[in-house]
Design a binder for this molecule. Sequence first.
Ligand SMILES: NC(=O)c1ccc[n+]([C@@H]2O[C@H](COP(=O)([O-])OP(=O)(O)OC[C@H]3O[C@@H](n4cnc5c(N)ncnc54)[C@H](O)[C@@H]3O)[C@@H](O)[C@H]2O)c1
Length: 246
Amino acid sequence: MKDVVLISGGLGVLGQAYARVLTEDGYDVLALDCKEPENDGFTGEFFACDITNEAQVETLGKHLESKGAEVHGLINNASCQPEGFTNELEDYSLSSYRAVLDVNLLGSFLLTRMSVPLMQARGKGSIVNVGSIQGVVAPTFEMYEDTDITSPLAYSVAKAAMIHSSKWVASRYGPDGIRCNAVSPGGVNDHQKGGAEFSVKYASKTPLRRMAHSTDVAEAVRFLMSDRASYITGQNLVVDGGWTIY
Ligand SMILES: NC(=O)c1ccc[n+]([C@@H]2O[C@H](COP(=O)([O-])OP(=O)(O)OC[C@H]3O[C@@H](n4cnc5c(N)ncnc54)[C@H](O)[C@@H]3O)[C@@H](O)[C@H]2O)c1
């Protein structure tokens, strides 16, 4: 396995969008996910892994070692919406709050810890942490009126930390040739749960007058994985049609 890119949440909507463009670019994509594929219609090689489980991440490390895998990239992309994800803060359970932080922060910590030595051995590597506009600006709560969706505190906090982790990792491992950046998407239309009305409302508040397509986000990830971004590290590339400029 040469030029392997690990994608956490690799079977998800955005995970698969990255998998498609990175496969086109010649990388060997390993799609890490805690859910099983529903059919064969996915891109990349699937590896079952709950990224919050230290033993499972260690098993992944051993698998990579046994295959002599040369790891080029890691995309810390997985996130989760546990039961009660959209509850008001007053009714938010500790377990829901913790689950969001665990998948984003603990999961990316375990995968980064496992991947950095493999990248150091090659003298290069690229890590992309998936943030969100919610980690950059506060939610516009009016957007969510009359819908079943919202952006809870746990999510904003997790995403802000994903963005900041990129700076820390960039600073620590830049001398080893490892770059680390964040990509922060705005709302992606491909499978959003707010419905058509939400899409229209969201678009009307976005300078480019539409929600993101998963391909918009994938192109940013593709760029940061490639040598064309060889002098870019510690940055947060916001892919939001201009949402955060106001
Ligand atoms: N979709 C959007 O509008 C949007 C906007 C901004 C940011 N994002 C971020 O982009 C990323 C991908 O979002 P998406 O829309 O593709 O979501 P998705 O729900 O389609 O995919 C997430 C994947 O992560 C997996 N996952 C969850 N917990 C896991 C665990 N413990 N171990 C391994 N895998 C796990 C899920 O099974 C799922 O396949 C997330 O970090 C999300 O917060 C999404």
